[in-house]
Design a protein around this ligand. Structure first.
Ligand SMILES: C[S@@+](CC[C@H](N)C(=O)[O-])C[C@H]1O[C@@H](n2cnc3c(N)ncnc32)[C@H](O)[C@@H]1O
Length: 205
């Protein structure tokens, strides 16, 4: 057995995920974020970006009427979840999303780049995915909607956080307990979407 699979077997959240039938241990990160910030409401529409294998979609589908999940990789079907295979950084994917949804109440993104081990590069790629997740949130969120996004902390993080703050009334960066201790990932939870951004940031013509 490799050291990695040995470590995984001893991981509390990995074992709990198996027990409860969750597709990924990351389900617990979303459960913890929801407990703290009240992300989901019943009867809503959720867009889940970077969704495969489906651990977050499983949690979102417990509350939402509709979940539209997007990933560059395939995902096994889930009840009440429509899956779109596509790259969130490509316009074509926005077009595919439009054919399924006009407005969303919540946009969540757990999208991660393939880890190269070169931290600066991985962090820049993570921010790049977040920029696109935010653009999708701006396109589809209703006024007052919620955005949750995973980002790797680093040089470009403060500027991205500031950008989110300009669009939402409440923004909190949070590291859920289920994140691995050695991980530099952080989740930005943003509530109260202002369509058109903060008034003072809109320049007059
Ligand atoms: C940590 S996993 C997500 C786990 C998922 N939230 C769950 O609970 O099962 C990150 C995902 O981001 C996806 N991803 C990375 N880059 C992407 C892109 N450009 N467009 C769409 N998905 C992407 C990967 O394919 C991967 O499935």
């Amino acid at each position: 057995m490799s050291r990695w699979s040995d470590q995984r077997k001893h991981d509390h959240y990995y074992r709990e995920a198996k027990k409860r039938g969750f597709r990924a241990r990351s389900s617990f990160k979303l459960i913890q974020l929801h407990k703290r910030y009240g992300i989901f409401k019943h009867g809503t529409t959720v867009i889940d970006l970077g969704a495969s294998p489906g651990g977050w979609s499983q949690i979102a589908a417990q509350y939402a009427d509709r979940v539209i999940a997007v990933d560059i990789h395939p995902m096994e079907p889930l009840e009440r979840v429509v899956f779109i295979q596509g790259d969130i950084t490509e316009r074509e994917t926005i077009g595919k999303l439009r054919s399924h949804v006009t407005y969303a109440d919540v946009v969540i993104s757990d999208a991660s780049p393939n880890i190269s081990g070169h931290y600066t590069m991985d962090q820049a790629r993570s921010v790049w995915l977040c920029e696109h997740a935010l653009a999708i949130a701006e396109t589809f969120l209703r006024e007052g909607g919620t955005f949750v996004c995973k980002i790797f902390e680093g040089e470009d993080y403060p500027a991205f956080l500031q950008k989110v703050k300009e669009q939402f009334r409440m923004v909190k960066p949070h590291a859920p307990k289920a994140s691995r201790k050695q991980s530099s990932e952080i989740y930005i939870v943003a509530k109260g979407f202002r369509k058109g951004g903060k008034k003072e940031h809109v320049r007059s013509a």
